[in-house]
Design a protein around this ligand. Structure first.
Ligand code: RFL
Length: 392
């Protein structure tokens, strides 16, 4: 089968790209290894930045988001010194987040792509991508029934995440990988309970970080820093709530609304940036192009930012043969990616104290408290925070 653009992966990156291409009259197909129900139920991100909402709205992809998304504008920090709140609607560029679970966004984007007549193949795993240094790259797939197929295209968009076929197709040395293991793990929990507070809650505690993020009226996300290698099932629900109460200082600042834990996973804070995010006819977007720690909730937003820039460049190349924008794709994206990485890295150091004891740990703990104190008391620091927290 032959199409101008083959998109691997039906996450936020691939689906936004596919919808923008169809809207501009560029034929494409999306190949997704998992089934439709699986991708539409995979709970991950929820905080959409203003730029993401703009991209979706400008392209008519925001019906669900405007009906069910909720504006969010405040985060609360709890630490040994007390609690303070930052209302970022009144700081920096005065932007807000829209809270809308990623799986709902994915379901909307799938529905819209199909309604626009798009070709979306679920249960179709890409097993190999070849010929990337020429202008007829080939993609091999295997469907759920074991049937294999070959696809050709002019361009391939690698939107299949960090473990996808696109990264595997990069020849050694073709791109440089910059990588950091932050040596921090979170037990990420989805709880069947309404949020315990209006704000996003970040709690810095000597037992480790704890976080609270609203998702919907019925479901709330919590995070608990845990030792590396923790088996997510090894923490009982009693232990989870006891840790959340203690670290979030519920006795001082108000009780948490408890409920059954619906989902749990251990997330290792890791970041990487590929550079360039292109090789021959393959263009990477989203987690395939770079992984960002979830500390500042940037991953899905970077994916949408890249998808929009890539869509514009591909439309120009396919319609007019002008590939100048495609050649600039990496250079256009990477400075924004690095800004987001720098901020997320700063957030990691804000939220997590050193794990050990001793003079060096004490020193690092001192820096962490100074960082919090600066954020609490300095208006210019707060403006900077707000600009980077919601900005992309
Ligand atoms: P996705 O969403 O992983 O989609 C990739 C798709 O590719 C498919 N695939 C393949 N298909 C065909 N053949 C193959 N060989 C394939 N290999 C893979 C996969 O099945 C999948 O459907 O990547 P994309 O589109 O780049 O989007 C990235 C985001 O999903 C990710 O960055 C965010 O979820 C990160 N993230 C957050 N980002 C935010 O902006 N705000 C948040 O609040 C936020 N919270 C989070 C997060 C990620 C988390 N986890 C689980 C890592 C919270 C968590 C817990």
């Amino acid at each position: 089968e032959d199409v101008p653009v083959l998109i691997i992966g039906a996450g936020p990156a691939g689906l936004v790209l596919g919808n923008l291409l169809l809207a501009a009259g560029v034929d494409c197909a999306i190949l997704e290894q998992r089934g439709r129900a699986h991708v539409e139920q995979r709970a991950r991100a929820g905080f959409l930045a203003a730029n993401t909402v703009r991209v979706l709205a400008e392209n008519g992809l925001d019906a669900g988001l405007s009906a069910r998304g909720k504006e969010h504008d405040t985060c609360a920090f709890r630490y040994p010194g007390g609690q303070f709140e930052l209302c970022y609607r009144k700081l920096g560029r005065a932007e807000v987040h829209t809270v809308y679970p990623q799986q709902h966004l994915v379901a909307d984007l799938v529905a819209e792509f199909l309604a626009r007549g798009g070709d979306l193949r679920f249960d179709t795993e890409v097993t190999a991508v070849t010929g990337l240094d020429g202008d007829r790259p080939e993609v091999a797939t295997r469907d759920a029934g074991g049937v294999t197929r070959r696809w050709t295209s002019r361009y391939v968009a690698g939107c299949d995440g960090r473990h996808g076929a696109s990264r595997r197709a990069l020849p050694p040395g073709a791109v440089r990988r910059h990588r950091r293991d932050h040596d921090v793990s979170w037990l990420a929990l989805l709880v069947q309970a309404p949020p315990s507070m209006e704000a996003v809650g970040y709690a810095v505690h000597e037992r480790g970080f704890a976080g609270h993020m609203a998702r919907t009226a019925e479901v709330t996300r919590y995070y608990l820093q845990c030792p590396r290698g923790t088996d997510p099932m090894s923490w009982s629900e009693d232990r989870i709530w006891a840790e959340l109460h203690q670290r979030m200082q519920a006795e001082t600042f108000g009780p948490l609304r408890e409920g059954p834990v619906l989902e749990r996973a251990v997330v290792q804070m890791e970041s990487d940036v590929l550079s360039p995010i292109q090789f021959g006819s393959l263009f990477l977007a989203g987690d395939a192009a770079g992984l960002i720690s979830p500390s500042a909730a940037k991953g899905a937003n970077l994916a949408v930012m890249e998808a929009e820039i890539l869509a514009r460049a591909l439309v120009l190349a396919v319609h007019t043969g002008d590939s100048a924008a495609l050649a600039r794709y990496s250079a256009d994206c990477l400075p924004r990616v690095w800004r987001a990485q720098e901020f997320s890295h700063w957030m990691i150091n804000l939220l997590h104290g050193p794990t050990g004891t001793g003079e060096e740990a004490d020193f690092l703990r001192g820096l962490q408290l100074a960082r919090l104190e600066s954020l609490r008391s300095s208006r210019s620091h707060q403006d900077h925070f707000a600009e980077n927290y919601v900005g992309i």
